[in-house]
Design a protein. Structure first.
Lengths: 420, 393
């Protein structure tokens, strides 16, 4: 069984901070389909639409009937461990620094034999009479590329603390985390969820300390929580905070947002739209310029190295929701910038997680009928994404349906949304 | 299978000659063209056949990229009427011979030079692993970048579990090959290996340890293929092709590779040669890892599946033993010069059957088998092949 992760000792300040070496990330275009599914937490393989044969490694033609119609389809991952090895040698710097490293050869029930990173709780095969059952899943590795993992058939208590698995995830346990806005219900729910998940320090931003808002006292009482002044509209405020804690933050969660429910004609002038852009888009830009380099520099710094950056976006970033038209536009801008941030963080192995909720059950969506995402559900979706290494999160029923419709045909969705 | 083999043309009248080895180096700054050039120069010098009279060429090389065999023609100033590029690693020797044999039988070429060569710079091996195949790039290299070590660790572990093999059994193969290598001046390994040293070696990828792995190096191997009458006219010592098989992606549905394609085609091979495994005087197996040697002993019919461990326990595998295997030392002790590793058994077999094997000669050897195995694109090796060579009368 995996031993629970112990709180790491303070690092020796004399030693150089270790730099990141990424695992091999080259993949062919076809193989990236597996990465696209893993980015949302799914293990998918290509299935032939003509003869139903399951393919692996990723292919451009069915190995049974030669059909080119191969569709990425979610898999349950049930399989048998055929063989295992422990690497004591590697030609790649990422693995050299992490040896020994356990690998498995698994026969999936659906057919293919797959090479997997093997979780420490999977027993070794002893004889051919006692097959070892495993559960194969896909995860993004430190380079953001999908890899397959052999998990034990039964879950165990501390399995998330497995050394190999922690390389694929950004578990909040023992990590130091900045939540940019503690004033909102969502912000407070995120803080509570992080503390519950074992975060060591949660710095919570508050832009306007004179405002007393409900629920704020509850989180400030938590011993892990430290309030920090942070106003994302003010570059100096961001710079000052980065100077103070930037070198310690392992995870940034940018949940600060301004949300006003207007389209174009319902309100004169650009003040509200500017305020939205100033936080939702420029706020992210200011934050990323100050905290991004600090995170990148510490991405291989011990067992609780800097790991992730979370952006609270909106499913409206995918397609404009006219009743909240300017907000949608600001989130679309933020989404685009977040993709840039992801590309810039990738060489250092920092995962950028984009969260696309549907309407949140808060005061700015008061007029919308349910279903709406409860702040606590949103918070647990974010913690789950950190723990499972997911990159794109669409929490709640509305977001799930939107993204499905958007994938099916973005133009049809636009048309449906404009009909009101 | 056997019935169909009857309809397949024999390799009668094909001679293989002039085994050339360009001495290996662990690392060399020379590129692939240099090694190919050296091999061609030696073929011309030792055969007495003028460069312009060599009218067929096969080239096997990984490090020749982005060139192929055709680039070699201009580089070396050749104008062959027949050309093939066969970069199939451990199977390239058998495959080159089969193609060249048919070319000279058909008269498409008179004298074919078969050359395998690879460079080895300090960075070469790591770079080759990552770009070896699309499947490797997508589905094996990202997992620890161990290259074939981890794949053959899976296969070795599965074989040990299935058939009760012990590490000592693989050790016997390696130790005997080292003994052979000590009588091969070109082998990179020059000191004896004991079974204790084998067992105590550091682990690389369990259960693969250091002496289960070949040492990548630079080098070249080559030979000539021509009609038997031509070889006689030229007065060149030569051997005859008695039979030859190849197979790719055999047993694709086996979950893990515990048998190879030789098994599908061996009846053809022995039928062509008109003899059985008992008549074979020595074997040159492909030995990227010792478990593969054991698979070949079984799949070429020297023992039943799963009897490999017992076979190596009871037989002596040195050049002077009762079952000589890899008399040059094989890749495990001579070094693996990329694709030339797939030619090593061929040049060695020609030497054994033309009284050119010096102090590692197999006594009274008349017939030998050369086996090839190549290309781990994902979880197994895809190409298998074998040739039976016999002494010319």
């Amino acid at each position: 069984m995996t031993m629970p992760l112990m709180k790491p000792r303070r690092k020796n300040p004399v030693l150089r901070t270790r730099q990141m070496n990424l695992p091999p990330f080259a993949r062919g275009r076809t193989a990236l389909g597996m990465t696209a599914a893993a980015a949302e937490g799914r293990f998918a393989l290509q299935v032939c639409q003509r003869c139903k044969a399951v393919q692996y490694p990723p292919r451009d033609a069915c190995h049974v009937c030669l059909s080119p119609a191969l569709k990425w389809t979610p898999q349950d991952g049930a399989g048998e461990l055929l063989s295992e090895t422990v690497l004591h040698h590697s030609n790649d710097p990422f693995y050299r620094e992490r040896l020994p490293w356990r690998l498995g050869l698994v026969r999936l029930e659906v057919g293919p034999t797959v090479i997997v990173h093997l979780h420490g709780d999977v027993p070794s095969p002893r004889s051919n009479d006692e097959p070892v059952r495993v559960h194969v899943g896909a995860r993004l590795d430190r380079a953001g590329a999908a890899v397959l993992i052999g998990f034990p058939a039964e879950e165990s208590e501390h399995m998330a603390d497995d050394k190999m698995l922690r390389e694929m995830t950004s578990d909040p346990k023992f990590r130091k985390i900045l939540v940019t806005d503690g004033k909102t219900e969502v912000g407070q729910a995120i803080v509570q969820a992080l503390v519950k998940a074992g975060a060591e320090i949660v710095w919570v931003g508050h832009a306007e300390p004179w405002k007393k808002l409900p629920g704020f006292d509850d989180i400030t009482k938590l011993p892990q929580v430290t309030l920090v002044p942070l106003d994302l509209t003010n570059g100096r405020s961001v710079t000052e905070l980065a100077g103070e804690i930037g070198g310690k933050v392992d995870i940034v969660i940018n949940n600060a947002e301004v949300h006003r429910a207007f389209g174009i004609a319902a309100r004169r002038g650009t003040d509200a739209a500017k305020a939205e852009m100033d936080i939702n888009y420029f706020g992210l830009l200011r934050l990323a310029q100050e905290f991004g380099p600090a995170l990148k520099a510490r991405s291989a710094d011990g067992t609780t190295h800097a790991a992730a950056w979370v952006n609270l976006l909106s499913v409206y970033a995918l397609s404009n929701y006219p009743p909240h038209g300017t907000f949608s536009a600001s989130k679309a801008a933020a989404h685009s910038l977040a993709q840039c941030l992801r590309a810039e963080m990738r060489p250092s192995g920092i995962r950028v997680i984009n969260v696309f909720p549907g309407p949140i059950d808060d005061e700015w969506n008061q007029n919308l009928p349910p279903p709406k995402v409860a702040p606590a559900s949103l918070a647990s979706a974010i913690v789950k994404a950190l723990k499972e290494g997911i990159e794109d999160v669409y929490p709640g029923d509305v977001a799930q349906e939107w993204v499905e419709r958007w994938r099916e045909n973005p133009k049809v969705l636009e048309r449906e949304l404009s009909a009101g | 299978m056997t019935a169909r083999a009857a309809g397949r043309a024999s390799y009668a009248g094909v001679a293989v000659a002039v085994p050339v080895t360009v001495p290996y180096r662990r690392y060399s700054t020379h590129g692939a063209h240099w090694w190919i050039g050296r091999a061609m120069d030696l073929l011309v010098e030792r055969s007495g056949v003028a460069k312009d009279e060599i009218d067929g060429l096969t080239v096997s090389s990984f490090s020749l990229v982005p060139d192929t065999a055709v680039g070699v023609t201009q580089h070396l100033g050749l104008s062959p009427r027949w050309l093939d590029h066969i970069p199939t690693g451990g199977a390239s020797g058998v495959m080159a011979l089969r193609r060249a044999a048919r070319a000279v039988q058909a008269g498409d070429a008179d004298v074919v030079a078969c050359i395998a060569a690879d460079a080895n710079h300090v960075e070469s091996f790591r770079q080759m692993l990552g770009g070896f195949s699309h499947f490797a790039r997508d589905a094996s290299y990202p997992y620890g970048s161990g290259g074939p070590n981890s794949i053959f660790a899976f296969i070795t572990a599965a074989y040990m579990r299935a058939f009760g093999a012990e590490r000592e059994d693989f050790g016997r193969i390696c130790v005997a090959q080292r003994a052979n290598a000590l009588r091969n001046p070109n082998a990179l390994f020059k000191v004896p290996l004991t079974i204790e040293q084998y067992l105590d070696a550091r682990p690389i990828s369990d259960p693969i340890h250091l002496f289960d792995c070949v040492m990548p190096c630079a080098g070249a191997e080559a030979f000539l293929v021509m009609r038997e009458d031509r070889a006689k006219d030229l007065g060149i010592a030569h051997v005859l092709v008695r039979g030859a098989i190849e197979r790719h992606n055999a047993y694709a549905d086996d979950p893990v590779l515990l048998r190879g394609g030789w098994r599908l085609d061996r009846d053809d091979l022995y039928a062509q040669a008109g003899l059985g495994p008992d008549a074979i005087d020595f074997v040159q197996t492909y030995d990227d890892y010792p478990v593969v040697v054991m698979l070949q002993l079984e799949d070429l019919g020297f023992c039943e599946k799963g009897e490999g461990p017992a076979f190596v326990r009871t037989r002596t595998l040195t050049h002077d033993g009762d079952f000589p295997n890899n008399t040059s030392g094989g890749q495990l002790s001579a070094g693996q010069a990329g694709c030339a590793g797939g030619f090593l058994g061929m040049t060695e077999a020609i030497r054994q059957l033309t009284d050119d094997a010096g102090e590692r000669a197999v006594k009274d050897a008349k017939v030998g088998i050369v086996s090839g195995f190549g290309m781990v694109t994902y979880d197994r090796c895809l190409c298998t092949g074998a040739v039976i060579l016999g002494r010319s009368s």
